[in-house]
Design a protein around this ligand. Structure first.
Ligand code: SF4
Length: 440
């Protein structure tokens, strides 16, 4: 499948278009599965087949097409860099890895090497997660694979190994080997085309031979000449020696990951009846920088950890008040549930509430851009996967409520559905809850 994207991109006859096509595919493939990328890649290239076309797109359009692919800053940076190529480089893509990395924002060493080798035939290596795994196993590199010494060694090795006559094919083959054969958990060493050159494989073979000799009482432990006795920056630390039970998956080794930061955010699905009584939802645009820049979301407010439910509601009500321009009673918010979404470095919990509006609400134009959307418009908008999950949780709750048998289970002591509402089975309207009595 990777082949599908890269070959399609690499066969483009015009050099600038070819570099652009490979660039788009490489950026989309960062941190994202090939199967997910294919559809996005095809739609992107149909919409913006050239750098010039992308340079003219708005961030809103880019975010809309990128919605659901994650790591949204990638699309934004791609567009910024396309504008730079058009305005400062006369629409001509840099042709070497060095220039690509130096001149294009968002293009790192790996992406630069991939574009230069695949599009322009530069004999330069690439190092991504797949290549790290293959090379560390081939040479029994057991030090932390993110350490500067190992990273430098990997780049040197990739640049030495790359085929001078077909660098693009070689790099793609090496990455493909890591993606399909030398996989993280159960590598297919028996089918591997480079097993004769693999030191990790040889080490496993040696272990097996020693174990069978021992079984027959013939074993004479032989020191492993490949074991490094010195203080080598590439070898496994003395405290974590080779573990026979892991076999080749002893490599590569990584430093323990930092746990993702936990965050809580209160979010409210503001709803009203639009044309033909179809529900419409209120969404607001996020700031143009930072996490999920420029994307649309339900009005949301970050919460301090360990905040009590009552306080959470009050903070969200205050936030909504800024949008509606009227007092909002915290008690009128209906608790829907919690939605968890994992970003690369954040464990985000959305505490989801809803509120039905049945009167005219004048929105303050001085605030961030906002709009009412139908469900279909919401799905077509530049909204994150997390917000789609929020709407799904809201829809599920609504279906439960409309079911006469099941009803809805409550969590966190939220009131029974419709309790306090003038019309059982429906939510409080904005007007009704504005009249809601204060106090317990
Ligand atoms: Fe990876 Fe096994 Fe091949 Fe070595 S022999 S490169 S460990 S798949």
């Amino acid at each position: 499948m990777w082949d599908f994207i890269s070959r399609k991109a690499a066969t483009e006859p015009d050099a600038d278009r070819r570099g652009y096509a490979v660039w788009v595919s490489e950026i989309m493939l960062q941190q994202t599965q090939v199967a997910t990328v294919i559809d996005y890649y095809i739609r992107w290239m149909q919409k913006w087949p050239t750098l010039q076309a992308l340079a003219q797109a708005s961030l809103e359009e880019v975010n809309e097409l990128w919605a659901g692919l994650g790591y949204y800053s990638r699309g934004k940076r791609l567009q910024e860099a396309a504008r730079k190529v058009v305005s400062e480089l006369a629409g001509r893509m840099p042709r070497t890895a060095e220039d690509l990395q130096k001149l294009l924002p968002g293009v790192g060493r790996y992406t630069a090497g991939a574009i230069a080798s695949i599009s322009y035939g530069q004999a330069t290596g690439v190092v991504d997660g797949n290549v790290i795994r293959v090379l560390c196993r081939l040479r029994c590199v057991g030090a932390d694979s993110s350490s500067p010494a190992v990273i430098d060694w990997l780049w040197d090795m990739a640049n030495v190994l790359v085929d001078r006559s077909r660098p693009g094919d070689f790099n793609q083959a090496l990455m493909e080997l890591g993606a399909t054969v030398c996989v993280p958990k159960s590598p297919l060493c028996g089918e591997c085309p480079v097993k004769q050159h693999c030191q990790a494989w040889r080490r496993v073979e040696k272990d097996l031979a020693f174990a069978s000799q021992k079984l027959f009482g013939k074993a004479a432990p032989v020191p492993d000449v490949e074991d490094c006795l010195g203080d080598c920056p590439l070898c496994p630390p003395a405290t974590e020696p080779w573990d026979s039970s892991l076999g080749v998956t002893n490599f590569p080794r990584k430093a323990a990951k930092k746990p993702p930061r936990a965050m809580r955010t209160a979010t409210c699905v503001l709803e009203r009846r639009g044309c033909h009584q179809a529900p419409e939802y209120f969404i607001v645009q996020r700031p143009s920088s930072g996490l999920l820049a420029g994307l649309w979301e339900f009005p949301s407010v970050p919460l301090a950890q360990d905040l009590q439910e009552e306080k959470e509601r009050e903070e969200l009500a205050d936030h909504l008040q800024a949008w509606t321009g009227r007092p909002v009673a915290a008690k009128g918010l209906q608790f829907i549930g919690e939605v968890i979404h994992i970003f690369s470095h954040i464990h985000q919990t959305y505490v989801v509430y809803s509120l039905h509006l049945d009167g005219d609400v004048t929105l303050d134009p001085a605030l961030s851009p906002s709009r009412w959307v139908t469900e279909d418009e919401f799905r077509a908008s530049a909204v994150s996967t997390a917000m789609k999950k929020v709407l799904k949780a809201h829809g599920k709750q609504r279906r439960k409520e409309s079911s006469p048998v099941k009803g809805s289970k409550r969590k966190r002591g939220a009131k029974a559905l419709g309790a306090g509402s003038p019309c059982p089975g429906t939510q409080l309207s904005l007007r009704a809850f504005l009249r809601a009595p204060k106090g317990p």
